[in-house]
Structure formats: structure tokens, C-alpha cells
Design a protein. Structure first.
Length: 160
């Protein structure tokens, strides 16, 4: 219970990837039993981030209503009804939110590659009109992403 109180205190004002970063620091500094405990919490907390990452990289779509993902859509700050011109889609629409990159789980370089991958997929779908380019042959990739486990990012921390 002591560790749970400590963790809740540490993340109470954080959200999304920032919570993952804070939790990851406890995985690195704790005893083996604490590591297992925090790893279980981290796995659950990272699950929505991994789903957003999957959707971004495979479909080029962001579904982040609470601003928790490390890729952000700059049009969220535009007044309602004012859409951004697609001519600026590549350069200006999406960017990294550095605070939300889950430190210790993703490097800046990997987060940047994820940003570019999603931007490319988004560009192909929006500007080239190619909506059905992920074909049935890609099911292995989709299944691999669906089964992805945060423990792989943490260097094999086990649930015990």
C-alpha cells in the first residue's frame, strides 16, 4: 500500500506519456517485488498509448481526445469550424509533444520515427486518396502490433 500511495502522489498531476515516464522511473529504482508491482501498473497505463501508437502508425489517424499521446494535432487549438489547409498537412499539422514521450520506454529518435511514419500514412490516405492500401496480407503485422507488450519496451520486466 505504501508504494501505491507513493505512485499516486507522483502521477496525480500528470497524464498520458508523462505518467508512463514517472512510473518507469520507479521500475528502475525499486526492489524486485516493487518492480513487478509497478510493471503491472505500467502495463495498464501504457496500454492506451500503445493503442494510439498502433492506430497512428497503421492508419495515420489520431484518436487522442485528452491530449495524452506524444504526437499532437495542431488543429486541436484552432477555433471550431476552422480547418487547416491540406497544403500544410506535412509541415505543420502534426508534431511531437515532448512532455508526453514516455521517457525510458521510447527514445526521442524512436518517437520521431513514429511521428514520421504516421504522417506518411496520413498523407497517403488524405492527399493521395488511398484508403484501402493496408491489405489482408498485412494481418501478421496487425496481429503483432495488437499483441505488443509494454514489457518488451522495459527490457523484459516480468509480471512474476
Amino acid at each position: 500500500m505504501k508504494w501505491l500511495a507513493i505512485v499516486i502522489d507522483a502521477v496525480s498531476l500528470l497524464k498520458g506519456g508523462a505518467v508512463c515516464s514517472a512510473l518507469h522511473s520507479y521500475v528502475l529504482n525499486g526492489s524486485p517485488s516493487t518492480r513487478v508491482f509497478i510493471s503491472r501498473i505500467l502495463k495498464e497505463v501504457c496500454s492506451p498509448i500503445l493503442l494510439m501508437m498502433r492506430q497512428w502508425m497503421l492508419e495515420g489517424e489520431l484518436n487522442d481526445p485528452f491530449g495524452e499521446f506524444f504526437v499532437e494535432d495542431t488543429t486541436r487549438s484552432l477555433p471550431p469550424g476552422q480547418a487547416q489547409d491540406d497544403r500544410f498537412l506535412w509541415a505543420d499539422r502534426y508534431r511531437l509533444n515532448h512532455v508526453m514521450i514516455p521517457n525510458g520506454l521510447l527514445s526521442y529518435e524512436l518517437a520521431h520515427k513514429i511521428l514520421l511514419t504516421g504522417k506518411a500514412v496520413n498523407f497517403i490516405r488524405r492527399c493521395c486518396g488511398e484508403h484501402d492500401w493496408i491489405v489482408a496480407g498485412d494481418e501478421e503485422l496487425l496481429n503483432g502490433m495488437a499483441a505488443f507488450d509494454v514489457n518488451a519496451l522495459m527490457g523484459g520486466a516480468s509480471d512474476g
